[in-house]
Structures are given as C-alpha cells and as structure tokens.
Design a protein around this ligand. Structure first.
Ligand SMILES: C[S@@+](CC[C@H](N)C(=O)[O-])C[C@H]1O[C@@H](n2cnc3c(N)ncnc32)[C@H](O)[C@@H]1O
Length: 368
C-alpha cells in the first residue's frame, strides 16, 4: 500500500499542515471519493506499479539525475515503448517518478536511496518478497477471515506446511526474504543498539537472527561484543555475506540450529527480532523460556518488533502487517504493554520499551 503525501491525501488537512503542494492541481486524486475509500481502491494497483517499475529495472535506469525518455527507458529495459510510457504516467501520478520539462522521467532524488539498487536503503528484496509472496497471500484474505487458518502453503503450492518450510522451498524466495529482513531491520537496529541497553562486551545471541541485521548492527556499535546468529541453514550464506561486507567476521558467527530443539549457547544477552510475532503464544513462551534459561544472571533480553498503539488499531503498517501474520504464520503483532507483561510472566525484570524512529522497536528486560 502506497503512502500518498499528506497534502494530497486529505483535503481537510489543517491549513498549517497542507504546505505548498496543496495548491498544486488536484493530481493524486480526482475520483471524488472519500480519501479512505480512494486509497483502499487504488492502493493495490499502486503497489503493482511500484513492484513492476522495480522488477523491470525501470527504477534503476531512471535513477540517473538526468532521467530518460519513456522510449529510451523501454529500450534499455527491453520493454514495450507505448506500455512503458503508460506505466511511467501512472508511477508519476503516484510520485514514484517525476516527469521533467523536456518529457524525460526520473526517480526523485529523495527516493533513490530506496529504489535504486545502489541506494543505501534499497528496498528491492522486500519489494520482490511483497510481489511474489505477500500479495499472493492477500488474495486469500477472505478464506483466512472465514476459517482463521494460515493460507501460505496453499497459496504458494508448497508441499510442506509452516511458513519457513513453505517459503524456503524456493531459493529465490530465500534470497528475497533475507534481503527484506535486512532492509526492514538494519537502520533501526543501529539506532537501537546505540541506545545503551546491550552489553558492551561478552556474547549476544540473536535467535532467528536471519541475515544478521541486529547482530551485525550490535557488533558494529560495540567493538568488544561477539555475536552469534542462530537460524536455519538456508540463511547462513546471506548472514556471511553481510558480516563480510561490514567487516565483523572475527566477532560474528552463524550457528545453523533449530531454535526449539537445539542446545542454545549461554550468553550475556539474547535478541529475538521479529520472532515472537511469527509464533503462537505457546510457542513464543517456549522460545522466551529457552532464552531465559541460557542468559547469564544479570544478562539481558532484547525483543524487536513492530508495535500496535495501545488502542490496537494503528499504526497502519502494523495493522496491515498483522494481516500478513494471520495469512502466513501462527503469530500476531501486539502492543508494548502485551510484550511487557509477557516478558515479566516468563521471569524477566526491569522491562522497558525503546522506540526507534522506524517501525522496529525494542522491548528489553533482564534476567534477575
Ligand atoms: C521474520 S524472520 C526475522 C529475522 C531477523 N531476526 C530480523 O529481525 O531481521 C524470522 C527468522 O526466524 C528463523 N527461524 C524460523 N524458524 C526457525 C527455527 N525453528 N530455528 C531457527 N530459526 C528459525 C527464520 O529462518 C527467519 O530468519
């Protein structure tokens, strides 16, 4: 779902919040429908425009400041020129590209870091995962709401049940998922690791740490801290690539093991990033208890999650991603208060919430 700029989204915005864009022609919306309905109707089409511009290489070719004509971009990407011109008109109406005075198109400079493969915050892996997995899951939303059952294996035609077995049956999906986890986590992880609740030295175990967004951020922020990511073997090459890229291989290691079965390392701190939201309350409690049993007395737990506000209906990204959890996993998103109570029930003390400027936040506590 595309976030439309505020001024274009709500004509009833207070004057002080409208800003200069408000006097622009009524560009983003001319359906005459109320904003909530208009956004919801056109949102899925907008998502497809985004995915297609990324997947065809158009964003990459339009990331040079001078931009290209639709014909030149189509030729570069091997696309049909007339259809490409129409796609670029749509992406420009969404603010994903701009049309310059001489008719060339370009990705706006503020978006290049997210949409150009060389950008530091490149979202390509996540967009690929959303296009090939999540958007298919959402096609089964009515079935999920009728039955309460997970839809992923059926939607993907995967032979085995279970989110990760179904997802990892295809190597391209593992790559897109590993890259999504990285781009959804690394920036916030750096911020959260700087907050000061992690041990400055000793060992941090990132249970289900994936491609290592939190473990590697922690190792970068704390030069005397060692980290181990415990995850399924499919993730090891993705973790290793990122550890090499960030120069932390001497202090960062991967342990291919099952979080529910393996003997986990004893450590000064454990992290669980986007793990508890994947599992039922019972399975999550087992994971928290297993971590509690392996954290040294006085050591700490760090749970990283999206959070619902207290009312349980916002922010929008959490509410929509909670439907992903419904469609694809046995988990759910929760409020900060629910995580706090959960950690306390398992025996952690001093539980507190640390918010990042992104949407991955941290609930930490200590083992008495
Ligand atoms: C939603 S991802 C989160 C990855 C990472 N913690 C992050 O925040 O970017 C969940 C991770 O749990 C791992 N995982 C799932 N089941 C597991 C199991 N039984 N044993 C080990 N890892 C598991 C997955 O492979 C995946 O990397």
């Amino acid at each position: 779902v595309i976030q439309v700029p505020y001024s274009a989204r709500d004509e009833a915005a207070p004057a002080a919040m409208r800003g200069p864009q408000a006097s622009a022609p009524q560009d983003a919306r001319s359906s005459g429908l109320p904003a909530a309905i208009d956004d919801a109707i056109y949102g899925f089409m907008a998502s497809r425009v985004l995915f297609t511009c990324q997947d065809t290489g158009l964003f990459e070719s339009l990331s040079e400041p001078d931009g290209l004509t639709a014909e030149a971009a189509a030729a570069l990407c091997g696309l049909h020129p007339g259809a490409t011109a129409r796609l670029l008109a749509a992406s420009t109406s969404l603010g994903l590209t701009v049309k310059l005075d001489d008719g060339r198109y370009a990705v706006p400079s503020a978006l290049r870091t997210y949409l150009s493969p060389s950008g530091e915050r490149y979202l390509g892996g996540w967009l690929g995962h959303l296009a090939s997995v999540t958007s298919r899951s959402f096609g089964a939303l009515r079935d999920a709401v009728r039955t309460g059952e997970v839809q992923l294996s059926r939607v993907l035609g995967a032979p085995q049940d279970g989110f990760f077995r179904a997802l990892y049956a295809d190597e391209d999906r593992v790559t897109a998922f590993a890259s999504s986890m990285w781009s959804l986590g690394f920036e916030s992880s750096l911020e959260l690791a700087r907050h000061g609740s992690l041990p400055a030295r000793g060992l941090l175990v990132d249970a289900g740490g994936g491609s290592g967004s939190f473990a590697i951020a922690a190792a970068l922020v704390h030069p005397e801290l060692s980290v181990i990511v415990v995850d399924r073997p499919e993730l090891e090459p993705h973790f290793t690539r990122m550890a090499v890229r960030h120069g932390v291989t001497a202090r960062a290691r991967f342990l291919a093991a099952d979080l529910f079965e393996a003997e986990l390392p004893v450590a000064d701190a454990y992290a669980l990033g986007y793990i508890l939201s994947d599992w039922s309350d019972e399975a999550g409690t087992r994971l928290l208890e297993r971590a509690h049993g392996r954290i040294k007395p006085g050591g700490s737990i760090h749970v990283l999650e999206r959070l619902f506000d207290d009312g349980g209906t916002s922010p929008r990204a959490t509410a929509l991603m909670d439907l992903c959890m419904l469609l694809e996993t046995h988990g759910r998103h929760r409020t900060a208060g629910a995580y706090r109570e959960w950690l306390e029930r398992v025996g952690f003390g001093g539980v507190r919430v640390v918010r990042s400027s992104g949407d991955k936040h941290m609930i930490c506590g200590s083992r008495p």
